[in-house]
Design a binder for this molecule. Structure first.
Ligand SMILES: *Cc1c(COP(=O)(O)O)cnc(C)c1O
Length: 352
């Protein structure tokens, strides 16, 4: 028997636009964005660029596309991108960087998802000699999705920026959830932008817009990316309807990310209190938490199935881990209810 849905914690992409956001979309001023004549798209691109302290922005349908265009603008065909082993750019973009842009990759491993500039730089190669792959760019993910929404330490980001600049290596920030990092750590978007040549920001995650991501960088890089966007089939026409949702999200939904963080912390604390070791509240820094099923009598798929039966949807990621993500459509009552269900389920399956 399936109970009523209490909370859908599979992803923060599941948010639906509010009626206020829909109003903003309905009345957006529009034009043909392939001619760069959509005033709302232009306003969004300028707004996000300004936030990060970059010269220009480019609105795209998805974060996969802004990541691919950012990396393609920075890394020549046949050169490489370095990233952490579980980075979204390498694990969850269907090989697009290799398949479309001819970019190869190598990875460093950060078991806990924190950023180490030294680990990244240890792999970097200038590409001397006729048979070596040159490192074009390093990708950093902030926050780091598959390690539980970990924040990249700003001092490490700055160190990476300085050391890569000395070696002629560019930096791309997959900032799908960088707004979460900004709100949780109290730094500014400009602090983040100063640490990268290109930044990709998702509007359709915790910010609650239905569609879209923005890539920022200097005018030349973004000009190149704009050209590639058309080649990849990402040129949109009256896209101001979508950009209006993004502008609305930046205006209204950034500061409230703190609520999502509090909800994730609350859920993690309840699960950890029920069965120590299944969840570590100490590493829940933003809106993502992982539940380990290693000490339980069920695996991740079964744990997620049992949770869904009780009205809480989470995502099994790997054999022994489930991910939960809090967001705009999960209020405190829903977070409390989900915490109760997951804690009780952990207890039941621990005892079995
Ligand atoms: C969601 C996400 C993206 C972009 O995903 P799309 O579904 O293509 O918008 C990129 N990086 C990270 C870390 C993400 O979580």
């Amino acid at each position: 028997m399936t109970e009523q849905l209490l909370a859908d914690l599979r992803s923060d992409t599941l948010t639906r636009p509010s009626s206020e956001m829909r109003q903003a979309m309905a009345y957006a001023e529009v034009g043909d964005d392939v001619y760069a004549e959509d005033p709302t798209v232009n306003a969004l691109e300028a707004r996000v660029a300004e936030l990060f302290g970059h010269e220009a922005g480019l609105f795209c349908p998805s974060g996969s596309m802004t990541n691919m265009l950012g990396v393609a603008a920075l890394v020549p065909r046949g050169s490489e991108l370095l990233a952490e082993s579980r980075a979204h750019v390498l694990r969850a973009e269907v090989g697009g960087h290799a398949a479309l842009a001819g970019v190869t990759s190598r990875t460093w491993i950060s078991p806990d998802g924190t950023l180490s500039a030294d680990a990244a730089l240890a792999l970097a190669e200038p590409g001397s000699g006729y048979n070596q792959v040159a490192t074009g760019a390093i990708a950093v993910e902030n926050t780091h999705n598959f390690s539980g929404g970990r924040i990249a330490d700003l001092a490490e980001l700055r160190r990476l920026r300085t050391l890569t600049a000395e070696r002629g290596i560019r930096v791309h920030m997959d900032g799908a959830r960088v707004a979460n990092a900004v709100v949780a750590s109290g730094c500014s978007f400009a602090d983040q932008g100063a640490c990268a040549d290109t930044v990709s920001l998702c509007l359709s995650k915790g910010l609650g817009a239905p569609v879209g991501s923005v890539l920022t960088g200097d005018a030349e890089l973004i000009g190149h990316a704009r050209h590639l966007r058309k080649r990849y089939g990402g040129g949109m026409r009256q896209a101001g309807i979508l950009a209006a949702a993004g502008l609305y999200a930046l205006e209204h939904n950034v500061d409230r990310l703190a609520e999502d963080h509090a909800h994730a912390a609350l859920i993690a604390a309840r699960i950890a209190a029920a069965v120590p070791g299944t969840c570590d509240p100490g590493i829940v820094e933003t809106n993502i938490a992982f539940i380990s099923t290693e000490g339980l009598s069920v695996d991740a798929v079964e744990f997620a199935r049992l949770a869904a039966e009780r009205g809480v949807r989470i995502t099994p990621l790997g054999a022994q881990a489930c991910r939960l993500v809090t967001h705009l459509d999960v209020d405190t009552a829903a977070a409390e209810a989900a915490a109760g269900v997951l804690a009780e389920l952990a207890e039941r399956t621990a005892g079995a």
